[in-house]
Design a protein around this ligand. Structure first.
Ligand code: MG
Length: 224
């Protein structure tokens, strides 16, 4: 499907076009092997790209966010957007924006919103994932918890992607990079070329199987 550039432009978010295009391509490939999941839906910018990629395979993107804004998006904080403040509940609510973006893009049958805190959704999760994109809160505790909650579901050959990877403190916050380094140090992933501030890791396949992404069933067979 062709994404409408005007829709992308008017959808709030912190992803640039080059990063978005990369997400589209990775989701297009990964969704042929299993569902994809992102943490941090916000107003839907990344879901448009990831969802469009999944749509090519009649695949699914799960998009997790409690839509109450992350630490840095609360009133008085650096990334607070008063348009997203719901006066009735006196809290942030980005869900109406997110839903509107999905409807406009025709992605309601592709993107499944999970309106919950990432850790709450992860606690009950059991479905293998071909791609996980971590772009929720940027506090170290939050990124670490997102990594701990979701990375174990990434299938061999699948992608674990982080947004806001800055290798030097003067470029931006270091929490995502710290967790990205920990993922690399686990030796379960190989590093693919970065695109903008996207850090892209690929889950290493068992040495005995060299080609293609393993499907869940195949992986099960390996374990028995
Ligand atoms: Mg981000």
């Amino acid at each position: 499907m062709k994404l409408d550039p005007a829709l992308i432009a008017r959808t709030k978010g912190f992803l640039n076009e080059v990063e978005g295009q990369m997400l589209f391509e990775l989701a297009q490939e990964a969704s042929g092997h299993g569902p994809c999941l992102e943490v941090g839906s916000y107003c839907g910018k990344s879901a448009l790209y990831l969802g469009a990629g999944c749509h090519e395979n009649n695949g699914t993107l799960f998009s997790v966010d409690d839509h109450r804004g992350s630490e840095e998006q609360q009133p008085g904080e650096e990334y607070f957007d008063p348009e997203l403040f719901d006066c009735q509940s006196q809290s942030m609510n980005s869900f109406p924006f997110f839903r509107r973006a999905l409807v406009s893009a025709g992605l309601e049958q592709t993107v499944v919103p999970i309106v919950a805190r990432s850790a709450v959704a992860a606690k009950a999760w059991a479905t293998p994932l071909a791609l996980v994109f971590i772009d929720g809160g940027h506090a170290l505790e939050t990124v670490s918890s997102d990594y701990a909650g979701w990375s174990s579901h990434v299938i061999a050959g699948g992608y674990l992607i982080f947004h806001d990877i800055y290798r030097h403190p003067e470029e931006g916050g270091q929490a995502p990079y710290t967790v990205y380094r920990a993922a690399l140090d686990s030796q379960l992933y190989r590093e693919l070329p970065a695109v903008g501030s996207l850090g892209v890791l690929q889950r290493i396949e068992p040495a005995s199987l060299s080609a293609g992404i393993l499907r869940h069933g195949e992986r099960e067979n390996l374990n028995h």
